[in-house]
Design a protein around this ligand. Structure first.
Ligand SMILES: [Zn+2]
Ligand SMILES: [Zn+2]
Length: 427
């Protein structure tokens, strides 16, 4: 993908995968509150569609076709949307569930090797308000919505077709790309804040920035290369998430164990504000500092299941390498296997570590591991003291909320998390 800003001269139309072939869905129900405002393959549309894969085609309400295209007559009508039921969200993460989404714009229904493939097609600026409000409550402070929208726009333009190269879409609707859960009631004030940023992106050396973000950095953001490998990206190198000249990050382990006053800490964001302003599918509210304890039996069973091992006991879990934020990027697990042999396995990414150490997915790999050993040499308990939620690279959403609640502007927020960038309107 060409990230150079000069090749974009007007607002692009984008394609978002809503139901992907990997979801292995073959049947779905779609509702239309205002069917008379739409057509399906240029014919009138009914209120309810029963969609089914039939060999290599699609069957909808007794009509068979290779592909169905549902188009709104007037794509700008705010009250027109398509309701798609049972859309997966948080695929492969601890918050995986199914939700109902309401999407504006054109909907394309196809059969992809026997499975449903549903695409939403619409102009980028119509999509963005629903990304910002899927990530955050629409009532949150304007500066945060503006910053989030500029970051989301930049990320999308820098990452079109990157995550799903085999499918004819730009992005999917989920955390794998950007969370997009469709139409919600956005107050006019918030919509104005979002629209104020029309066409604005982050630039570094005349290239659109790959503006990553995660829920909570834990007090220090992580550097790109420690999470995804490859070369460092200057504007995605880790920073202390503190006001200028207030660096408290000298000793990483102490830093994680204590609760220093970062922008994403309670000093700037009250727990009740996190609940109020976080996106609607996020359940817990303690992200800055948290802990979790396992018995020997529990952790053995989780690790066996996740890594397909035959461990009877875990002897030791030890960090070998940490990133700038304290996130563990290389971890060794020593264990005894069924044949009573001492074995070990090494995990080489924060993603694999988070996956292996939790039934679903650990909030972050910025953890201190405490092992309690009594009588024999095997630990009876493993306690993880953790910081943050997510990979921690780029903008910290809770920190950005903390800044916005304390009178920082969208520009202040973006320039804090992405060093040496420019904000520019490109169309
Ligand atoms: Zn994706
Ligand atoms: Zn933070």
């Amino acid at each position: 993908m060409n990230k150079n800003v000069n090749h974009i001269t007007e607002e692009p139309i984008i394609r978002i995968g809503i139901i992907l072939p990997e979801d292995k869905n073959t049947e779905i129900i779609i509702d239309f509150p205002n069917p008379s405002n739409y057509t399906i393959n240029s014919e009138p549309l009914s209120k309810k569609l029963f969609v089914k894969c039939q060999s290599e085609s699609i069957l909808i309400n007794n009509k068979l076709a290779d592909k169905f295209v549902i188009e709104p007559n007037n794509s700008l009508n705010k009250n027109d949307f398509t309701i798609i039921n049972s859309v997966p969200t948080g695929r492969r993460f601890h918050w995986q569930s199914e939700i109902q989404v309401r999407i504006p714009g054109k909907v394309i229904i196809q059969n992809h090797n026997g499975y449903l493939f549903i695409i939403n097609e619409l102009p980028l600026e119509q999509y963005l308000p629903y990304v910002s409000t899927s990530e955050m409550n629409p009532d949150c402070p304007s500066a945060l919505l503006e910053a989030q929208t500029i970051a989301a726009r930049s990320w999308l333009l820098a990452n079109r077709k990157v995550n799903h190269p085999k499918l004819d879409i730009d992005v999917c609707n989920d955390d794998c790309c950007q969370r997009y859960q469709g139409v919600t009631d956005i107050p006019d004030k918030s919509l104005q804040a979002i629209q104020k940023t029309f066409g604005q992106v982050l630039l570094y050396n005349n290239e659109i920035c790959d503006a990553r973000y995660s829920k909570c950095c834990g007090g220090i953001t992580e550097s790109f290369e420690n999470v995804w490998g490859g070369k460092p990206i200057p504007y995605l190198s880790g920073i202390p998430d503190f006001p200028p000249n207030n660096n408290q990050t000298d000793d990483l382990l102490n830093f994680i164990k204590s609760s220093p006053p970062a922008f994403c800490s309670e000093r700037y964001v009250k727990p009740s504000d996190i609940k109020k302003y976080l996106g609607k599918v996020d359940k817990s509210s303690s992200y800055y500092r948290w802990n979790i304890a396992y018995s020997q039996k529990e952790i053995t069973s989780i690790i066996n299941q996740k890594l397909d091992l035959d461990a009877t006991n875990i002897i030791n879990i030890s960090p070998l390498k940490r990133g700038y934020s304290g996130r563990i990027t290389k971890l060794k697990i020593d264990y005894i296997n069924k044949s009573d042999k001492n074995k070990s396995i090494i995990l080489n990414s924060e993603y694999d570590i988070r996956n292996a150490l939790h039934k679903q997915f650990l909030y972050s790999s910025a953890i201190i591991i405490e092992q309690k050993t009594q009588r024999n040499y095997l630990p009876e308990k493993f306690k993880f003291i953790g910081a943050g939620w997510g990979h921690g690279v780029g903008l910290c959403q809770i920190g950005a909320l903390g800044m916005a609640l304390n009178e920082y502007s969208a520009g202040d927020i973006l320039k804090h998390y992405f060093k040496n960038i420019k904000i520019e309107k490109i169309y």
